[in-house]
Design a protein around this ligand. Structure first.
Ligand SMILES: NC(=O)C1=CN([C@@H]2O[C@H](COP(=O)(O)OP(=O)(O)OC[C@H]3O[C@@H](n4cnc5c(N)ncnc54)[C@H](O)[C@@H]3O)[C@@H](O)[C@H]2O)[C@@H](O)CC1
Ligand SMILES: Nc1ncnc2c1ncn2[C@@H]1O[C@H](COP(=O)(O)OP(=O)(O)O)[C@@H](O)[C@H]1O
Ligand SMILES: [K+]
Length: 498
């Protein structure tokens, strides 16, 4: 068993991949995998709550419930006071779970089919609830009974350990399963012990709030080799190696970034120069050799850092620069898009450049025609991705990995689909799910900072995919390390980059 950290490139599998891994593992295992899962769960339970007087295991109607029943036997044998509640009929349990139920009964564990209200009320912070209600088989909105058991676990004054995934969380998307005629409910776990491999939904959307500390037990023996025909759906985005600047370098060694954006107030009554200035400031602090700013409409602007150079259109050299285009671009950006798409040596398209792209098939084809030595990244948030793919943002959120990959394959570029669990996809690459960042980033302008940072990484010689992975990780990590009593604003974020 190991704790998942943000430092390694862990593979994640969708339900279909998980079932294939499970089948291959079970065939090579002399005992049911559930026995191993139950033992691992019991061991982790003891280390999370070593002084627990009571352990309540809420077991569901499938094999996830079986994991809970198998753990109950060990914990009971180790002298813990274990209460098991089964939400379902014992006769209807699948075979392995039914054997675990029989063993638990034979061991003398009291198993009820209702919630142990009295025990729940007297639980203390040292006690433990184990969520073994639903795992990979969660397939429909939660019933009223499931919902009230979830509420009882969340309200108990005890540690919460979820087995495989927190009940109520869609393991593939990270969205909530939903409830019949009611607000969605899900377990808020302090720890999640996941089996065989990690699931994508744990790192996207609500998964990041619900899983707590994530532990993985592969349930594999030392000689087991995973089947070669099962490829991961994605990998977690590892921490990038630190960039160093050699002593012999000069400003030309670190590349030029050109930021194009910032529609003027005069055009539509919305001054958007701040977004472009933020991107330029981010490029500068991230170590680009020189940063040039072209404000659309020649918008007046006073708060430009003195080390950012303002340029008019005719004096830009797109052919030798890393161009960041679209931040605060409004409608003014539409006119420059063909030249930007054809001429920029390296390119990050953000915000209004993406809205322009969504509306114009000619621009889409110019993007597709950019050659392999003109690295390109697009950085849509879910609504921008929905406009590009002509769908809704909830459809994007329900299928984040697929949406990012579809965009990458269609537009022949690297795609950064932003949000909780940012996805980075590129043609021919296994997508990455980023695990840094938090809700502090949900404030205006942080996306502009990300685009500027990515521009700097391209200017410093990284490939599009590398630049995207590195920038997204660093951007999120800064938010994770943000001092507790200081508000995270986009301008502070830009100035904190290194
Ligand atoms: N089969 C195996 O080899 C292993 C399975 N394992 C465990 O088994 C789990 C998967 O087991 P299952 O496929 O039985 O699936 P689950 O145990 O997750 O759930 C399936 C059961 O829940 C019911 N259900 C689904 N959605 C519901 C809802 N919204 N409200 C109420 N009931 C609902 C289904 O009708 C079915 O009875 C994994 O997540 C893991 O915990 C582990 O023991 C590892 C080995
Ligand atoms: N809840 C969250 N958890 C993690 N990252 C987030 C969250 N909300 C926003 N972000 C990040 O903040 C940035 C916001 O970008 P964007 O939506 O383009 O905003 P803006 O246009 O205001 O700059 C993205 O990098 C996104 O991934
Ligand atoms: K569970």
């Amino acid at each position: 068993m190991q704790r998942l950290s943000a430092t390694a490139c862990w593979p994640v599998f969708n339900n279909e991949g998980m079932r294939m891994l499970e089948g291959s593992l079970q065939r090579s295992s002399p005992s049911p995998l559930m026995d191993k899962a139950g033992l691992a769960a019991a061991q982790l339970a003891l280390s999370i709550a070593p002084h627990a007087q009571r352990i309540w295991i809420a077991a569901g109607p499938g094999n996830n419930g079986g994991d809970g029943l198998a753990a109950a036997c060990h914990l009971h044998q180790w002298g813990k006071s274990v209460i098991v509640s089964l939400l379902g009929e014992p006769e209807a349990l699948p075979a392995d779970a039914r054997s675990a139920w029989q063993r638990a009964k034979q061991t003398g564990i009291h198993i009820t089919q209702h919630m142990p209200w009295n025990d729940l009320q007297s639980m203390t912070e040292e006690d433990l609830c184990i969520d073994a209600l639903l795992g990979l088989g969660a397939s429909r909105p939660l019933s009223q009974a499931m919902r009230s058991w979830i509420q009882a676990i969340n309200n108990a004054q005890a540690h919460i350990l979820a087995l495989d995934i927190p009940t109520g969380l869609n393991p593939e998307s990270g969205q909530l399963l939903g409830c019949v005629d009611a607000e969605p409910q899900a377990i808020h776990a302090e720890h999640t012990l996941t089996f065989i491999a990690a699931k994508p939904g744990m790192f996207m959307g609500h998964g990041r709030d619900l899983c707590g500390h994530i532990w993985l037990d592969t349930l594999a023996g030392p000689t087991h080799r995973p089947p070669t025909d099962t490829t991961p759906q994605a990998c977690l985005n590892p921490r990038p190696s630190t960039l160093t600047k050699s002593h012999a370098s000069h400003k030309g060694s670190h590349g030029d970034v050109v930021v194009i954006g910032g529609e003027s107030m005069a055009r539509r009554g919305m001054g958007m120069t701040g977004a472009a200035v933020l991107a330029a400031t981010a490029s500068l602090h991230a170590g680009a050799g020189r940063v040039m700013l072209h404000l659309l409409d020649d918008a007046p602007c006073t708060d430009i850092p003195s080390d950012v150079m303002r340029r008019d259109w005719s004096s830009l050299s797109l052919y030798t620069s890393s161009v960041v285009c679209g931040c605060g671009g409004g409608q003014a950006v539409i006119a420059v898009m063909p030249e930007v798409l054809q001429g920029s040596a390296r390119l990050v398209l953000d915000a209004d450049a993406l809205n322009a792209l969504a509306q114009d098939a000619h621009l889409q084809s110019l993007l597709q025609q950019r050659s392999a030595n003109q690295p390109t990244v697009i950085t849509p948030h879910p609504l921008e991705a929905a406009r590009l793919l002509k769908t809704t943002s909830s459809d994007i959120q329900n299928n984040r990995l697929k949406a990012a990959q579809d965009l990458a394959d269609w537009l022949h570029c690297t795609v950064v689909l932003k949000g909780s669990g940012t996805v980075i996809a590129a043609p021919g690459q296994t997508p990455r799910i980023n695990t840094t960042g938090n809700g502090k980033l949900a404030t205006g302008g942080t996306g502009d900072v990300l685009a500027g940072l990515m521009g700097a990484r391209l200017a410093q010689g990284m490939s599009a995919f590398e630049a995207a992975c590195s920038a997204v990780h660093q951007h999120g990590a800064l938010a994770d390390e943000w001092p507790e009593h200081t508000a995270l604003t986009a301008s502070r974020l830009a100035s904190s980059l290194r």
